[in-house]
Design a protein around this ligand. Structure first.
Ligand SMILES: NC(=O)c1ccc[n+]([C@@H]2O[C@H](COP(=O)([O-])OP(=O)(O)OC[C@H]3O[C@@H](n4cnc5c(N)ncnc54)[C@H](OP(=O)(O)O)[C@@H]3O)[C@@H](O)[C@H]2O)c1
Length: 297
């Protein structure tokens, strides 16, 4: 199978370059590759897909700066809403399937039980609106697809909460962390590995044929916590294993109202992963187990 991976060095793309490698030839393109693939330039998307002629396109690139998206909503829209629709149209033209990632921020966040795929959406910020429009653009084309909604992504590379905390815990005496937003921190490597397993179970002889299992899936680690809870586990595990000095910052829980941000975030964005288990027998570990695996790596 020839797989066009859109994105090379993002958190999830980096891991996908490894996890997808057993499934066929992976051609990873980004803004610096040849051919160039710039999601703000529809022609570069079309040209790259026609040139590569993949059986499967995996789009791990996106505009992910949630707060900046409030100011740059046009740019976020072009990358997150328009570009996925163009990929889907081109995928149909060359006979490829499409796997795309979306977010827990498509939900309003006013619930108390984990959101299922069928729950009505209602994004609270420009990033969430752009990602929801990207999902819809793909679905409207009728391309064979998986849309994988994930959440609170971290890993050993890139910009993420884990790496920011490890740095700040060394630099500061006290960190005040939001304790009234709940979600499931999810390790980028597990997203990539689950994606590869879904592909492996969706076709034979190098073809991507999801059949009636195509559609939207939630793909996050199990359980739930707050940003404060996530930070505490990072600090405790790192202390216990000598990754942080004794002098590392103390942590204090605060409400979101004490940490205003340009983009409002859902208070509760835990996703139910039941559909993924029912259709593919796949289940990511609990968020704290995954964090330990990542930190011990
Ligand atoms: N991060 C999270 O917490 C989170 C949560 C929920 C869902 N998601 C979704 O998960 C997916 C993967 O996210 P991630 O955390 O791996 O993202 P990331 O680490 O922020 O990487 C984003 C990638 O997109 C690329 N990109 C941005 N603008 C581009 C453009 N105009 N043309 C081509 N490439 C462009 C960037 O490339 P450059 O290297 O050129 O900048 C970067 O490699 C995304 O769909 C995201 O919406 C993420």
């Amino acid at each position: 199978m020839k797989i066009l991976l859109i994105g090379r060095d993002g958190q999830v793309a980096w891991e996908l370059r490894r996890s997808l490698a057993c499934l066929g030839k992976v051609i990873a393109l980004d803004r610096r590759s040849a051919p160039v693939l710039d999601l703000t330039d529809p022609d570069s998307i079309r040209t790259a897909i026609r040139q590569v002629q993949p059986q499967l396109i995996v789009n791990a690139a996106a505009y992910t700066a949630v707060d900046k998206a409030e100011q740059e909503s046009d740019l976020a829209w072009r990358i997150n809403a328009v570009a996925p629709g163009i990929m889907a149209e081109e995928a149909l033209t060359v006979g490829a399937g499409l796997i795309h990632y979306s977010t827990d921020y498509v939900f309003p966040g006013d619930g108390e039980t984990p959101y299922r795929e069928s729950h009505p959406t209602g994004p609270q910020n420009a990033y969430g609106r752009s990602k929801l429009a990207g999902e819809q653009a793909i679905q409207q084309t009728g391309v064979h697809h998986f849309i994988l909604r994930t959440a609170w992504v971290y890993g050993r590379r890139g910009q993420n909460f884990l790496l920011t905390m490890l740095r700040l815990m060394r630099e500061r005496e006290l960190l005040r962390i939001v304790d009234d937003q709940r979600g499931a921190p999810t390790w980028s490597r597990l997203i990539a590995e689950a994606t590869a397993l879904m592909v492996a179970r969706s076709g034979e002889n190098g073809r991507f044929e999801p059949g009636d299992r195509q559609g939207i899936y939630h793909l996050t680690c199990g359980g739930q916590t707050s940003w404060y809870g996530f930070a505490c586990r990072i600090r405790d595990y790192s202390h216990e294993n000598g990754l942080l000095p004794e002098s590392a910052a103390r942590l204090e829980p605060i409400p979101s109202s004490d940490y205003p941000t340009p983009a409002s975030r859902p208070a509760f964005s835990v996703l139910s992963n039941e559909k993924l288990f029912q259709h593919f027998g796949l289940q990511l570990p609990a968020w704290d187990q995954a964090l330990e695996l990542c930190l011990s790596d």
